[in-house]
Design a protein around this ligand. Sequence first.
Ligand SMILES: Nc1ncnc2c1ncn2[C@@H]1O[C@H](COP(=O)(O)OP(=O)(O)OP(=O)(O)O)[C@@H](O)[C@H]1O
Ligand SMILES: [Mg+2]
Length: 291
Amino acid sequence: MAENIIKTEGLRYVYSEGTPYEHVALDNVNIEIEKGSFVGLIGHTGSGKSTLIQHLNGLLKPTAGKIFIGGEDLWANPKDIRKFRFKVGLVFQYPEHQLFEETVYKDIAFGPKNMGLSENDINRSVREAAKLTGLTEEYLEKSPFELSGGEKRRVAIAGVLAMKPEVLILDEPTAVLDPKGREFILSEIKNYHETTGATVILVSHSMEDVARFASHVLIMNHSKVAMFGETREVFKRVDELCEIGLEVPQISRVFAKLREKGYEVPESVLTVDEAKEAMLKLLKKGGEADA
Ligand SMILES: Nc1ncnc2c1ncn2[C@@H]1O[C@H](COP(=O)(O)OP(=O)(O)OP(=O)(O)O)[C@@H](O)[C@H]1O
Ligand SMILES: [Mg+2]
């Protein structure tokens, strides 16, 4: 069995416990994430996605339950939390609010500096991370406050990448970006995943993006895990997803319909490329429905 990089046991989190605003945001969450996997995290607004990922680098402390990173109990010794912050890099849902230094350079350098890297190493990490997120040299001396929303987001992502985390978690990183910026950032995340072997957790509202990039899908619903498994397996469960009110990728839906009608197409089609292949096969056969 593959090694787990993240494991949660009976994880529970209650906001404002004991007040009229009490809210159970995580309820008995048990997950095991394989090292090197790419997890797409999906769920309606308020389902607990951001609450869950903030537990994975120790930003929130569980009300009950445990979290293990690389087999180590995250809260065994609260003094060690810093170590996990460097291991598990988290780009917040609204990362713009995380920027506070005078220059973009200093902002990206913040993490590596805290890790105690040498000036040379910091410099190299900052420049590499800036490049990865499409920020050219001229940005480095600008103030983060002069930047557009999309540019600020790139700086925030670069700041986390500069720490070269073993686990990279991004909470809807493409939300304020234009389509070109989205594609660029997604392909850089994919590239980081492939070249470093890091584990990635991507919170996204886009089924299409998850289908394209994720090896596994984790679905949260009303503070609980509704489904967790390989992407192809999860997206086969069209009816259950429908019940939760989530849609499978459009292309998967079209092919599920074709199968219903008796066409010999694969049980699960996730991307346009796969669809093309399936259609060509079908056409070669003459496109006859069985039923
Ligand atoms: N600081 C807080 N105090 C009280 N309740 C909170 C707080 N933060 C979040 N909640 C509540 O906890 C629940 C889960 O919130 P969370 O932010 O984890 O959801 P989410 O799945 O990330 O949603 P979204 O897709 O909108 O980002 C929601 O009902 C939310 O209102
Ligand atoms: Mg959220």
